[in-house]
Design a protein around this ligand. Structure first.
Ligand code: C2E
Ligand code: CA
Ligand code: CA
Ligand code: CA
Length: 278
């Protein structure tokens, strides 16, 4: 528990702008919400930017409170991390997403890739590999259709442990993407040592790329860096057709964003995948 606390404390910062009492109330609500099934998972399609076909989806957690309001994950996930609740919530997301993946495969979307966000505390929890294997087995899906998204800062700390974890994950066939890439301070040599499959370019770069030539130079560098390391690059937060075209021109061939689809509930995703595809 000590390690968990240490690991997650960096995610909690006064930036959240709520005091201890409010935090306590929110956490209490979150616990109750989780127990009473008010947490659910939505899915945002990920696209092949040139063909316009969906290649998979990112699972994103939602919390609808009793009075029908939504608390954004940016607010409640740090709390869940800090309290340790993320271990069970994270397992719920993993299991739900694996189950949904099974449905997508059954509906004929072969090679569908389900991307799942993993928190630092969850990743470092001793039971993580076991939880992952059981989730795969129980849903009846293979590792190769699953991708875990870990943030750049997570991948950078405690190299030994991270390398071992990544090796275990790889053996299960599951792939790994570095999320929010470009926002941290990874050294290139460290990045090269990490056995990951994909870099997910933070949406700040997608936005900047269009607004200035310096921005587009930086986006180009981030994309080249990923490709130079032999990784696929995916962009998030694509909102305009211009951004789609620019990313393609810069050599980034995968992406997600409001231009294509917002995160949606499972049944919607199933419908969207069967009607909305070119
Ligand atoms: P993220 O992993 O970087 O997820 C991408 C966020 O960008 C999502 O916000 C998504 O709804 C939003 N987004 C997608 N397309 C666009 C776009 O075109 N424009 C803009 N402006 N935004 C777009 P969301 O769902 O609010 O999630 C926020 C963060 O909460 C996520 O950032 C992730 O760090 C965390 N999160 C969400 N679900 C989970 C989860 O199941 N586990 C963990 N550990 N973290 C999660
Ligand atoms: Ca993500
Ligand atoms: Ca991201
Ligand atoms: Ca993020």
């Amino acid at each position: 528990a000590k390690q968990q606390h240490r690991g997650s404390s960096q995610y909690f910062s006064p930036e959240m702008g709520i005091d201890a009492r409010e935090r306590f109330k929110l956490l209490k609500g979150l616990r109750a919400g989780f127990e009473e099934n008010r947490l659910f998972v939505v899915y945002q399609p990920q696209m092949d930017l040139s063909s316009g076909r969906a290649i998979g989806a990112e699972a994103l957690l939602r919390w609808r409170t009793e009075d029908g309001k939504f608390v954004p994950p940016d607010q409640f996930i740090p709390l869940a991390e800090q309290s340790g609740l993320i271990i069970s919530i994270g397992e719920f997301v993993l299991r739900t997403a694996c189950h949904q993946l099974k449905r997508m495969l059954e509906q004929g979307h072969a090679d569908f890739r389900m991307c799942i966000n993993i928190s630092l505390a969850q990743f470092r929890h001793p039971g993580f590999m076991n939880v992952l294997s059981l989730a795969l087995r129980d849903a009846g899906v293979e590792g190769r259709n699953i991708e875990l998204e870990i943030t750049e800062s997570m991948a950078m700390g405690d190299t030994e442990l991270v390398m071992h974890l990544l090796a275990d994950i790889k053996r299960s066939g599951v792939t790994v993407a570095i999320d929010d890439f470009g926002t941290g301070f990874s050294s290139l040599s460290h990045l090269r040592q990490l056995d990951v499959d994909r870099l997910k370019i933070d949406r700040a770069f997608v936005r900047e790329a269009q607004s200035s030539s310096a921005g587009s130079t930086i986006a180009q560098m981030v994309i080249n860096l990923g490709r130079g390391l032999g990784l696929t690059v995916i962009a998030e937060g694509i909102e305009t057709e211009e951004q789609r075209q620019q990313l393609l021109a810069l050599g980034c061939h995968e992406g997600q964003g409001y231009l294509f689809a917002r995160p949606m509930q499972a049944e919607m995703l199933e419908r969207w995948m069967s009607d909305g595809q070119p």
